[in-house]
Design a protein around this ligand. Structure first.
Ligand SMILES: [Zn+2]
Length: 374
């Protein structure tokens, strides 16, 4: 739906400076994990060339240098409570280098350094502890477990999403679909499934992405229902993220969906979603390709089953699709603003067609992945 007031609720005032410019929550750039008695620092930046990792004493610090980044916000530990790491600082070190400094509670040993999927993983251990003889290689968090599919029911709590002519609320409709999809996928016994919400809760968009990343998701599927001032508009569509929306409607839709956090009382003006897009275009091309492949499979399988919006695979800057390492799609299952479609969206028969279509798309995607073709 096109509504001027939904356009760019954020004031965009960003200039690309030299070096890699990113602006994101610290939790996107630096993450921490406990690994038995050791701790893992995970740095996700567009460029890991010429990195340097070392420790300094008096006081004890871990230093990680990476090619120059422009981060508009300070980094912080957020709610991380480690035994070894007690603080974090970030600054430009020289014209070509950015430096992360981690304040430590004691002397540490750098146990391992790995790069997995564009992420730098630095494991540190208490220096006085014994070195693990067979220092286990830190594998990607996507282990030998079955693929994890995160299903995200859009909106929730104070944010009802779109409201249909007949009063149906998007948040309720999509939760119903999300739960049914989860059950369907679990029934196949090849996947693990996680819902970002399983009841009527408000969750920030960024948090939804974090849930998927922390859990090590292989796919992220966000479910929404559409609305339009054009009475005739109906049909399902599949979106993937792009810094450039494929059309005005897609752009307006993304702005509207991204507004969710404002409804929830969070001021997003600091998040600069456009810059998050730049970050993605720099570093996550593979994820974008995988997202597009997945979306195409979904469009194939869904168009056999339900009415589709013209140009069913569209692109726009949805905040919820911005996990840099997880192929992600957003599905608008149909239009609540279309009275007949509203009724249909609430029927079990239509719901099951949509869920079948999504399931077949997921199966096709993993079949292609496991065949080794990219
Ligand atoms: Zn929505």
């Amino acid at each position: 739906m096109y509504k001027k007031k939904y356009f760019l609720p954020f004031i965009i005032s960003f200039i690309i400076l030299s070096g890699h410019s990113i602006s994101a929550f610290a939790s996107e750039i630096v993450q921490f994990q406990q690994k038995n008695a050791n701790e893992l620092v995970i740095i996700n930046v567009p460029n890991l060339d010429n990195r340097k990792i070392f420790t300094v004493e008096n006081p004890d610090r871990l230093v990680i240098d990476v090619p120059l980044l422009r981060i508009k916000h300070g980094v912080s530990l957020d709610d991380y409570k480690g035994k070894l790491i007690k603080g974090i600082r970030f600054a430009q070190f020289d014209p070509k280098t950015s430096r992360f400094v981690f304040d430590l509670t004691q002397e540490v040993r750098i146990e391992s350094v790995k790069v997995v999927n564009n992420e730098l993983l630095v494991e540190i251990a208490d220096k006085s502890s014994k070195k693990n003889k067979k220092s286990k290689i830190y594998k990607s968090r996507k282990s030998d477990l079955p693929p994890l599919i995160v299903i995200d029911a859009g909106h929730g709590g104070v944010d009802p999403g779109t409201i249909g002519e007949d009063g149906s609320r998007e948040k309720d409709v999509v939760l119903w679909y999300a739960k049914a999809l989860a059950n369907k996928l679990l029934g196949i016994k090849k996947y693990r499934v996680l819902l970002t919400r399983s009841d009527d809760n408000f969750i920030m968009l960024r948090k939804r992405v974090d849930i998927a990343r922390k859990a090590g998701a292989s796919l992220f599927v966000s479910l929404h229902a559409d609305s339009s001032e054009e009475d005739a508009a109906r049909g399902l569509s599949v979106y993937t993220v792009s810094e450039k929306a494929s059309d005005k409607e897609a752009e307006a839709l993304a702005a509207r969906e991204n507004k969710s956090d404002i409804i929830g009382g969070m001021d997003l003006s600091d998040e600069r979603p456009d810059v998050a897009d730049i970050l993605i275009s720099l570093a996550q091309r593979e994820t974008k390709n995988n997202s597009a492949t997945f979306a195409d499979f979904l469009v194939d399988s869904l168009s056999d089953r339900v009415r589709m919006l013209p140009n069913s695979h569209r692109f726009a800057g949805f905040a919820v699709l911005k996990a840099p390492d997880i192929p992600s799609v957003l599905i608008e299952i149909g239009f609540l603003s279309h009275p007949q479609e509203e009724k249909m969206l609430k029927s079990k028969s239509y719901r099951d067609k949509v869920i079948d279509g999504i399931t077949v798309g997921i199966e096709s995607y993993f079949r292609k992945k496991s065949s080794g073709m990219n």
